[in-house]
Design a binder for this molecule. Structure first.
Ligand SMILES: N[C@@H](CCC(=O)N[C@@H](CS)C(=O)NCC(=O)O)C(=O)O
Length: 82
């Protein structure tokens, strides 16, 4: 979805085999200790926001406050429906 939105991003590897998901710094971002999770440094009111759960991330990104995402639900629906 980040690619579809043409949003810049950095990938941070979380080695769940090594238990990285239980580290305090990751739990601040994803309290349910699961990937995927994102941090948007320019969230609502210009403040950083962290999100976890893929469904929440997929809903949030196209609706970002700065409207920078080029993907829309309507376009996605058309694409999925062929
Ligand atoms: N409902 C979550 C499921 C995410 C999930 O199960 N992630 C797995 C990897 S695919 C995970 O982080 N497992 C680590 C753990 O449970 O400790 C979502 O859709 O984001």
């Amino acid at each position: 979805m980040l690619e579809e939105c043409a949003l810049p991003y950095n990938v941070h590897a979380v080695d769940i085999g090594a238990g990285d998901q239980f580290k305090p710094e990751f739990l601040k971002i994803s309290p349910n200790n699961k990937i995927p999770a994102i941090v948007d440094p320019e969230g609502p009111d210009g403040q950083p926001i962290s999100l976890f759960e893929s469904g929440a991330i997929l809903i949030y990104l196209p609706a970002r406050p700065d409207d920078s995402c080029r993907a829309t639900y309507a376009a996605s629906t058309r694409h999925c429906n062929g």
